[in-house]
Design a protein around this ligand. Structure first.
Ligand code: WT7
Length: 683
């Protein structure tokens, strides 16, 4: 069995007795017992959970059916076949009517600027969603149609996504930090017929003219022969008071003279005009369990983003259950996840998981450093946040500013802290634990992926003794294994490839319109297993420790980028003939991009070109991919067969002369030259 019978007693952190008393899963023994049940009898385990939801029709046959072995035919996962439901109905109507949560706050929206705030109850949210669902229908959106959403962190983003779900349309949310080019690529890939966006927003002091970017993306789509006929724009910064959601709040206080809102009457529609007069009742579209729910793009090692597709019933049950148990959700909680809804963390743990549980959440538009570095703790005190979920990169960044900004606020309401996105270094873990949580709050280090839909390795706060830096044990229904290069399962303490042996309800079903890519990416290397792409170590107590990516992906501030995607952005510049990108450890971001570029003959490298190259990457992908370092590389280390030796480049990026075996290198003088010209010598 993969989970030890008894939890270790030494060198671990335990949660408080107080927390154990009220917790859903109150001891390691209870966790273990339920885990065994979830694996041995999934129908009963998940069947009990499913009873809490509304089903228009019940499922027939097995709870989960699947094939994870490419040698035996097509990979598939099916959960609750035959059942039909609507997630929006479960999140809103069911909570309002069956659980009497109509007047409960769904979201406390906190704007970028302190003082911009809004409260939305479950009933109000349902009304807004129905109105907008009717708008979408009146614009011709039907079940199965794809809708792109490119919006800041506003309540209307949740409204837009749930309105899609209500009518059975498939949302594809593109993080508002992505470039016009990235948006265009995603619209084309998912063949979206309608785009929902906003005029603009502030990120700290910086104004983002979002509509301008959206227009640029739509122009690119047109140029590529795919005209998107409709674009609905929310006035977020430029709105009139009567246009504000619920109208209890003043518009954003800050004036924004630089806001640019181009308007194309053939395509553009105003959100506010459309919803005025729209009915606030809308019968949900009943969807089959395996109908598509949403598409979310994640970087792929070929450089082209993959449209990860999730489906209805399994995703709903899995996000609801992980949210409830991992954050030990209680009715009077105020929960806050700082992620953007544009990433999977926001999908699963701002919208779907919390609303399925009738939770009250903070929805924050701003930055942890704006107007100053105590903003997070100010918000925690303001709303009495009990459960707080953020990324290691944010923790490291705040840690750099010392304890004083944290101590300015009380944080007495906090009960559980969480992290996600990348391995957390023990130093940051301990700071989070000691300073932020004052040794009172367990930390749930949740390992998962866009593809997994929800947490797959994670502590349960009252049950699992914690080790700083370990995501600990599998969630219910998840069966991890560690494989060596030949695909053999390793037992006991060991290190290798992290894989999963069977599906859980929330696992992705396919890469949108490219099932073959789904099979090759996740199932081909080790037939019979889902391959995560992460390395992993298991210690003597059976704890899992993620050691990082083992493919050509890098994790910048908790978000995956592929080296190939950055390379292709660089070589599109006319001065560049070849590019190789590697990751270099970074004290705050986790990893940063170090780029080597070979220029075409006759072009010389200078600051101006460097600026252009950074801009090029930003414009092609988005600000998150902006390279930290670009080095001129007249030659790249290659094998005799012409393959770039990235292992060597990684060493050069770090200034580490211990190169290991370089006997396959065609020309070793290239390496000396690159060491001499390092762009961050001494760093
Ligand atoms: C990759 C997935 C899942 C939401 C955020 C990122 C890394 C994620 C952890 C963790 C160590 C982690 C992995 C994974 N990762 N959480 N707790 N400990 N590594 O979603 O963009 O799909 O990235 O993030 O490398 O494969 P994503």
């Amino acid at each position: 069995m993969m989970i030890p019978d008894k939890a270790p007693k030494e060198n671990v952190f335990h949660s408080s007795d107080g927390l154990k008393k009220e917790a859903h899963i109150s001891s390691f023994e209870k966790y273990k017992e339920l885990y065994v049940k979830s694996i041995e009898n999934p129908d009963e385990f998940w069947g009990d959970i499913a009873k809490d939801f509304f089903w228009k029709t019940k499922h027939t046959g097995q709870f989960l059916s699947y094939n994870f072995d490419v040698t035996k035919g097509e990979i598939f996962v099916k959960c609750m076949e035959g059942a039909s439901t609507n997630i929006c109905y479960n999140l809103l109507d069911h909570n309002i009517h069956e659980k009497k949560l109509g007047e409960k706050v769904a979201f406390f929206w906190e704007g970028n600027d302190p003082g911009d705030e809004l409260t939305v109850t479950y009933r109000e949210l349902l009304q807004k969603v129905c109105q907008f669902a009717n708008v979408l229908k009146s614009q011709g959106v039907k079940k199965g149609d794809r809708v792109s959403i490119y919006m800041p962190m506003v309540v209307e983003l949740v409204v837009a996504m749930l309105a899609c779900i209500r009518i059975g349309a498939v949302h594809s949310i593109v993080f508002a930090g992505f470039s016009a080019e990235s948006l265009c690529e995603r619209i084309l890939d998912s063949q979206c017929t309608l785009l929902i966006t906003a005029d603009g927003f502030y990120r700290g002091d910086k104004l983002i003219n979002l509509k301008l970017l959206a227009d640029e993306a739509l122009q690119k789509c047109r140029d590529k022969g795919f005209p998107v006929e409709k674009c609905i724009m929310l006035k977020h910064l430029s709105k009139e008071p009567e246009e504000i959601l619920g109208s209890q709040s003043p518009p954003a206080k800050r004036s924004c003279p630089d806001l640019q809102v181009p308007w194309n009457p053939d395509v553009d529609l105003c959100w506010h005009t459309l919803i005025s007069g729209a009915s606030d009742e809308c019968e949900p579209e009943w969807c089959g369990s395996e109908d598509p729910l949403f598409i979310l793009y994640t970087s792929g090692s070929t450089g082209k983003p993959k449209g990860v597709l999730h489906t209805v019933s399994g995703y709903m049950l899995y996000t609801a259950t992980t949210f409830k148990l991992v954050f030990d959700h209680q009715p009077d909680d105020v929960y806050w996840c700082t992620a953007d809804i544009g990433w999977i963390t926001g999908h699963s743990y701002i919208t779907y998981g919390p609303l399925a549980n009738g939770a009250t959440s903070v929805l924050f538009e701003g930055l942890p450093t704006y107007p100053d570095v105590s903003r997070m703790w100010e918000i925690v005190d303001k709303y009495h946040v009990t459960k707080f979920y953020t990324a290691p990169t944010a923790i490291r960044m705040l840690m750099k500013h010392g304890n004083e900004p944290v101590h300015k606020y009380k944080r007495e309401s906090l009960k559980i802290l969480g992290t996600v996105g990348e391995p957390i270094n023990p130093e940051a873990w301990l700071w989070y634990y000691n300073v932020v949580g004052e040794q009172r709050c367990p930390i749930v280090d949740t390992f998962w992926q866009t593809e997994t839909g929800g947490h797959v390795l994670t502590p349960l706060p009252a049950a699992t003794p914690m080790k700083p830096g370990s995501a600990t044990f599998p969630f219910f229904g998840v069966v991890p294994a560690i494989l060596n290069e030949s695909g053999e399962e390793l037992e006991g303490p060991n290190e290798g490839y992290l894989v999963f042996k069977q599906p859980w309800p929330g696992v992705m079903r396919t890469v949108y319109r490219n099932h073959q890519r789904f099979e090759t990416t996740y199932f081909k290397k080790f037939p019979g297993y889902y391959v995560t792409g992460d390395g992993c170590r298991r210690d003597k107590d059976g704890y899992y420790w993620i050691t990082g990516r083992i493919d050509d992906m890098l994790n910048v501030s908790g978000h995956l980028l592929s080296t190939a995607e950055v390379e292709s952005a660089l070589v599109e510049h006319e001065a560049v003939s070849e590019a190789a990108v590697v990751s270099r450890p970074h004290p705050v971001k986790g990893e940063s991009l170090y780029c080597f570029v070979t220029l075409i003959d006759g072009v010389s490298y200078n600051r101006e070109l460097e600026g252009e190259l950074k801009k090029q990457v930003r414009e092609k992908i988005g600000a998150i991919a902006t390279p930290d370092h670009i080095q001129n590389a007249p030659g790249l280390p290659k094998t005799r067969s012409g393959k770039i030796m990235r292992r060597v480049l990684r060493k050069i990026a770090c200034g580490d002369k211990d190169l290991g075996d370089i006997s396959t290198l065609a020309d070793s003088s290239v390496v000396d030259q690159l060491f001499q010209n390092r762009c961050c010598a001494g760093v």
